[in-house]
Design a protein around this ligand. Sequence first.
Ligand SMILES: *Cc1c(COP(=O)(O)O)cnc(C)c1O
Ligand code: SF4
Length: 342
Amino acid sequence: MIQHVPAASEIIAREEASGRRWQDEMADLVTDPAELVRLLGLDPKQLPDALRAAGGFALRVPRPYLRRMRPGDPQDPLLLQVLPGAPELEPAAGFSGDPLGEAHANPVPGVVHKYRGRLLLIAAGQCAINCRYCFRREFPYGDNHLSRTQWQGALEYIRGQDGLREVILSGGDPLVLNDRQLARLAGELAAVPHLDKLRVHTRLPVVAPSRITDELLAWLAGTRLKPVLVLHCNHANEIDGEVRAGLQRLRAAGVTLLNQAVLLRGVNDSVAALSALGEALFDSGVLPYYLHQLDRVRGAAHFEVDDETALELVRGVREQLPGYLVPRLVREIPGERSKTPL
Ligand SMILES: *Cc1c(COP(=O)(O)O)cnc(C)c1O
Ligand code: SF4
C-alpha cells in the first residue's frame, strides 16, 4: 500500500480544484514555459531551451497535473514528461516523424486498422497534455479531425468489417470530446451487431480527474458493449486522492480498468518506480497492462531505455510484486499483427 500524506497546500489546492469542471481545466492549461518555471520555482536558466523546444511541439499541461509536481525539483518525474528541453532538438539516428507507419494504415480518415478484431478510431486530434515522448507528436492530426461526413465514413467502415469485435476510441485523447458527442458515438457503435466491446485509451482521468463525470459513466457503461478503459499513467506520483476516487467510480460502474505506461529514462526506469506504480494502480482498481518500449519518434531519443535494461527492470519488478501487477513489456513494430513482447 502506498502511503500518501498530503501536504496542507495540496489539500487546499484539491478543494479549490474539486469545484471546477473539466472544461474549465481544459481552457486554463499552462502553455507558457515561463509560467511553468515560475509556478514550480525552477531555475530560469532552463527557460531559453524550453522556449526553443516548445516551438516545435508546444507545452501543454493541465493544472491538476502540475500540482502533483515537487516544487523546485528539475528532475521531478512528472515535470520531465512535459517540460520542453534542448535534448529534443538533437538529431538522433533511427528516430523519425512517423515511427509506426500509421500514416499508411488509414483505410478511411480517422481509422487506424492494423490488428485483427480491433481498430483505433481517432476520435479527437487534441490531447489535454503534450507528453514530450509522444509517438504522435508529428502525426498529421489536421487530416484526422473528423467532419460529420468523415464520422459517417468511419462508422460505415466499422459496419462493413464483420470480423471486428472492438472499437478503441483513441487520439489524441478521445475524452477531450464532450459527453454528448461521445454518448451519440457509443450509441451508434452499440447498434453494430458484430461489436461486443468498447475501449477507450485515455490519459485524461490522470491529468484532469474532474473529467470523470456522471455523464461519462452513463455513456461508457450504459450500452450493451463491454466497457474497457486503458489509462496512460507512467509514475505513482501521477495518482493522488482525486485521481484514485475517479478511477474507483469507473470501476464501480463496471468498467474494466487497465494501464499502459511508457518506459522512460529518468522518469520510471527503476524497479522501485515501476513497483510503486503497480501498487498505486492496484490501489485505484487498475491493473498494469503494457509497459511500452519507447516509439522512436524524433525528439524523444533522450528517454530511450535499451532492451537489455528494460528486461532487467521487469525481472526486478516480478520479484517484488504479484504476477498480476507485472506489465507486459512490448514494442510496437510497424507491419506486425500485434504488439511484440520483448
Ligand atoms: C495498440 C493498438 C491496438 C490495441 O492492441 P491491444 O494489444 O489489443 O491492446 C489496436 N490497434 C492499433 C493500431 C494499435 O496500435
Ligand atoms: S496523452 Fe498520449 S497521445 Fe496525448 S500527448 Fe501524451 S502520449 Fe501523446
